[in-house]
Design a protein around this ligand. Structure first.
Ligand code: SF4
Ligand code: SF4
Length: 261
């Protein structure tokens, strides 16, 4: 069930609304401007996570701080995540090697944050139980909350993740080649040439049909997605991509790898 009270973001271009399912509270979202950016989305979700009492399925009654239950899962990186974490575009240097693991399952390529021997993210500080790069953590970390979400919210998150990882793979394939992987399959997209999430429009990341479900101009503020259902969690991830080349692993964010479409 979707409630009709919307929380405004700093820009008001993305609205977060409570979303109830099975007695738990999660969130739904709507976009009120064609110019809304990924940064608007992140800001609105930060605000929503602070103001709503979300039901965190893995840490009931708690908050994310000190939990880190989801920091041992696959974290796909977007091109902007990589640039913000390293300050560079170099895909052949030490920073790329230290930060990422590249998995190739031709024709797909997956670039994820490196994990340590225990399976935890290499950027997790076990002594403090905190993320070492909290304020620059990747998009999938910033948008993962183990609570129910509407279908359109889950699909938006997956679409942005996929576009961002596709761009990172496209950049990598300019420097390296892999058997069975055709660089021409990765075309420029909404992330190409962008250095910050405020430069990436949500509308450019999603299909027209998803945009129609997300876009709610001002006069419709507060209306939630009708009939939506879903739970954004590794156990019940968003729908797989059409051209899935292999079974998707359980993932903190979207389960998707970057692969040609
Ligand atoms: S989102 Fe992750 S860190 Fe936050 S409560 Fe859930 S499992 Fe823990
Ligand atoms: S980057 Fe930070 S929040 Fe994301 S998985 Fe690693 S330690 Fe956790």
């Amino acid at each position: 069930m979707v409630e009709k009270t919307a929380l405004s973001s700093a820009t008001d271009r993305v609205l977060i609304m409570p979303f109830r399912k099975g007695g738990a509270t999660g969130y739904d979202l709507a976009v009120t401007s064609p110019e809304a950016t990924v940064e608007d989305y992140l800001t609105a979700l930060d605000t929503g996570a602070r103001r709503l009492v979300l039901t965190r399925s893995r840490n009931p009654g708690g908050r994310c701080q000190g939990c880190a239950g989801c920091c041992a899962e696959r974290v796909p990186l977007t091109a902007i995540d990589f640039r913000q974490l390293t300050g560079c575009r170099d895909m052949t240097g030490e920073a790329f090697r230290l930060l990422t693991d590249v998995h190739v399952a031709a024709p797909g390529v997956d670039i994820v944050l490196k994990r340590d021997e225990s399976g935890r993210c290499a950027l997790f500080d076990p002594a403090r139980g905190l993320c070492r790069v909290y304020h620059a953590r990747p998009f999938v970390c910033r948008t993962f909350i183990c609570c129910p979400t509407s279908r359109r919210a889950a699909e938006l998150r997956a679409a942005v993740t996929n576009a961002g990882e596709d761009e990172l793979v496209r950049l990598l394939l300019r420097e390296r080649s892999f058997p069975g992987v055709d660089p021409a399959d990765w075309r420029p997209n909404a992330f190409t040439g962008r250095w910050h999430y405020r430069e990436v429009r949500l509308r450019d990341c999603v299909t027209p049909s998803l945009w129609r479900r997300l876009y709610r101009p001002g006069r419709e503020k507060g209306r939630g997605e009708r009939g939506a259902a879903g739970h954004q969690s590794p156990a019940n991830p968003a729908p797989a991509r059409k051209h899935s080349a292999r079974a998707a692993p359980l993932a903190k964010a979207s389960p998707f790898s970057s692969r040609p479409r």
